[in-house]
Design a protein around this ligand. Structure first.
Ligand code: SF4
Length: 249
């Protein structure tokens, strides 16, 4: 497949504009209190880390709501209060009166808290302080139980692109191929419809080697709003000019 550099550049420019828009009003959920906790990197940086660790096999919003919902039940989200909980106590708060997650995540949650205390002295922002290379942030997330490459790269991308964390490079922030990003990336003609995660990740690295995850937010927004699975609304799409599809709909 031969790429048109001007088309790729146009998409990357739109992606940069989408990040710029979102960084001025970060919305992980429809709950302002939950968002305030997640984005409070100064006083509660562990809330963001634990929210990322919960991002498995549930809708994104449900995972992002979990730190706030847990705080409502415990009465605190201070790291010292979390560190005092045994795993059965974490499980109790996760499950009662209703489950906060469809998977048994109490162990992941408690191990995450213990790692933040033992390795980072209770201050999770040490994972990204001092303008580190992006690979260091990704690697530090990977060291948590329950965090694979997808979660680690997503976490680094959110910190850098939406929450303003400075880094010395963005080379190791990969695209995070969720269902929306996968669908739009394919409809843009960059990969076949049945491409697996590895193919999507390497294609994004090929197209945007200095920051492969640059595509994420724009493609996720387009996938959620206009490029729906059954009936894409191409005439209303931000990517209409760059997309090789028939825009007759
Ligand atoms: S122009 Fe249509 S097919 Fe292409 S990304 Fe937009 S909605 Fe999807």
């Amino acid at each position: 497949m031969v790429d048109n550099p001007a088309r790729v550049e146009g998409i990357l420019q739109l992606a940069a504009q989408a990040r710029e828009r979102s960084s001025s009003r970060v919305e992980f959920t429809s709950n302002p209190e939950a968002d305030a906790l997640l984005t409070d990197l100064q006083h509660h940086p562990h809330a963001f880390v634990l929210g990322c660790l919960m991002s498995r096999q549930v809708r994104a919003e449900k995972a992002w709501l979990l730190p706030w919902a847990f705080r409502e039940r415990l009465g605190s989200f201070e790291i010292a209060a979390l560190a005092r909980l045994t795993e059965p106590e974490v499980l109790h708060h996760m499950m009662h009166p209703t489950p906060l997650h469809r998977l048994p995540m109490a162990g992941v949650f408690r191990d995450g808290v213990q790692r933040i205390v033992s390795i980072y002295g209770g201050d999770a922002s040490r994972m990204w302080s001092g303008s580190p290379p992006s690979a260091a942030i990704v690697r530090r997330f990977l060291e948590f139980r329950g965090a694979g490459p997808k979660i680690a790269s997503m976490a680094a991308n959110l910190l850098v692109s939406l929450l303003g964390v400075p880094v010395s490079d963005r080379y190791s922030i990969d695209i995070s191929p969720d269902r929306h990003i996968r669908r739009v990336f394919s409809r843009l003609g960059f990969v076949p419809d049945d491409a697996d995660d590895d193919l999507i990740i390497y294609r994004a690295r090929e197209l945007s080697p200095e920051y492969p995850g640059a595509f994420d937010l724009l493609l996720w927004e387009v996938g959620r709003e206009t490029c729906r699975p059954g009936n894409p609304r191409c005439t209303a799409c931000a990517l209409a000019e760059q997309c090789p599809r028939d825009h007759a709909t």
